[in-house]
Design a protein around this ligand. Structure first.
Ligand SMILES: Cc1ncc(COP(=O)(O)O)c(C=O)c1O
Length: 413
């Protein structure tokens, strides 16, 4: 066998997303917590945003090496770590970042929390753009700041930012805007022009942007992502971009993220926040070991994963179009979600939620906690094998199709 053939054979086995992971030794919020909550081993979980796959082999090997060394002291950020991060941002997004712009944290939301605490006072207003991951509003409220919703516009399944709404909702108390880019759950990757317009409005009104870019490592093929800070000089000097290997490489439990800002004043503010929270000692040693390799060596794995996810999204979209045309599914450009609008089923959540959970034995994420625009939507996590997805979708259709008055013929799908 030639070296080339040998490599492609091993790459195929490394990238086998057709098989779900063996869960027997796992204990996760996504599956095991739900099995305990519903007391049902037969359920499928399409909820919590984790993948049902092992992390990339290179990451698992790096973790083995770290465990073998057997010492888990406070980690030092080595030049190789910075090279991995700057190389990733340059290679994937064409963004040239200097090492001094980079800080690390234990996850996206603790870094968002530090920024909120340092740059705002109790009672200040912070804009978010729902429907969006529920923590955006929660983290603001929990810290006695005021979340102000600038709802996305849904044009027949295509989501846009409401720029007129944004101009209208900025007041003297507005200090920050929390941007979700790419957007969870709607799957949009904001274009450079959209981000420029957002930057223009925020610059005129003195609003700092905190851009949660955790899903930028999960782009559908052919999609171009622009970090917010890369759209203009103003954006660079008035924003934080938050990245993490957590979602793209299935490392949420290893607690590692990065914060990038070229502005030394904003950087100092962030570091003050870390100090106040006593988070300045650098986080998880295993998180660092995994992050460096994930950012440096796992592009092939990542592309193969997104190819699989895109196939899953197309499968769900086609199935829904055939069996449940009342339900719309927006085109996705990033992340691993299908965002289903159930409003034309004219059925209250109080009716469909128990059908989905108890009868279909499916865990999905409901849209209501994601704020205005999330009502009567469900989010399906596509980060699973096609076999599980197909079985789960049959279960979902078996409870939703009858709500239209039609019967569901499982053998037809
Ligand atoms: C938009 C968004 N940001 C951040 C997170 C959490 O990321 P981390 O675990 O790195 O804090 C999530 C989790 O689902 C998310 O949806």
């Amino acid at each position: 066998m030639s070296a080339k053939t040998a490599r492609s054979a091993s790459e195929q086995s490394l990238h086998d997303f057709s098989k779900a992971i063996d869960r027997s030794a796992l204990s996760t919020l996504k599956w095991e917590m739900e099995i305990d909550r519903l007391g049902d081993k037969d359920l499928f979980s399409f909820g919590t945003a984790d993948l049902d796959f092992r992390s990339p082999p290179a990451v698992v090997e790096a973790l083995h090496r770290a465990v073998e060394a057997g010492h888990f002291g406070y980690p030092l950020r080595r030049p190789s770590y910075y090279d991995a991060v700057t190389g990733y941002l340059s290679r994937r997004f064409g963004w040239q970042v200097e090492k001094t712009w980079i800080d690390a944290c234990v996850a996206i939301y603790p870094s968002m929390h530090s920024i909120i605490m340092e740059l705002t006072q109790a009672g200040d207003e912070i804009i978010y753009q729902p429907p969006v991951h529920h923590v955006f509003a929660e983290i603001v409220k929990a810290n006695d700041r005021v979340p102000v919703a600038n709802q996305l516009i849904n044009r027949g399944g295509t989501y846009e930012m409401d720029f007129a709404g944004l101009e209208a909702c900025i007041t003297d108390r507005t200090k920050l805007l929390l941007l979700c880019s790419p957007h969870n759950p709607v799957g949009r990757v904001w274009t450079r022009d959209e981000l420029k317009e957002l930057a223009r409005i925020c610059s005129e009104r003195g609003v700092i942007v905190v851009s949660d870019e955790v899903y930028s490592g999960m782009l559908y093929e052919g999609t171009e992502f622009t970090p917010f800070a890369a759209v203009s000089e103003w954006a660079a000097m008035n924003s934080y971009c938050l990245f993490s290997p957590s979602k793209p490489f299935n490392l949420t439990g290893l607690k590692h993220s990065i914060v990038v800002t070229p502005n030394p004043v904003l950087r100092d503010a962030f570091r003050r926040g870390l100090l106040r929270a006593n988070l300045q000692y650098g986080g998880s040693a295993l998180g660092y070991a995994a992050a460096e390799v994930a950012f440096r060596d796992c592009d092939d794995w990542s592309h193969a994963l997104m190819h699989h996810i895109a196939g899953n999204h197309a499968y769900v979209t086609d199935l829904i179009r055939s069996f449940l045309p009342e339900v719309t599914v927006p085109v996705a450009e990033a992340a691993y979600f299908a965002w289903l609008d159930l409003s034309r089923l004219n059925t209250p959540k109080a009716v469909y939620e128990p059908l989905i959970e108890r009868q279909a034995k499916l865990v999905v994420t409901y849209g209501e906690p994601m704020g205005p625009g999330g009502e009567n939507h469900i989010r399906i996590n596509l980060g699973t094998s096609r076999t599980i997805l197909e079985a789960g979708m049959r279960r979902l259709l078996s409870v939703l199709v009858p709500l239209t008055g039609r019967s569901f013929d499982e053998s037809a799908c």
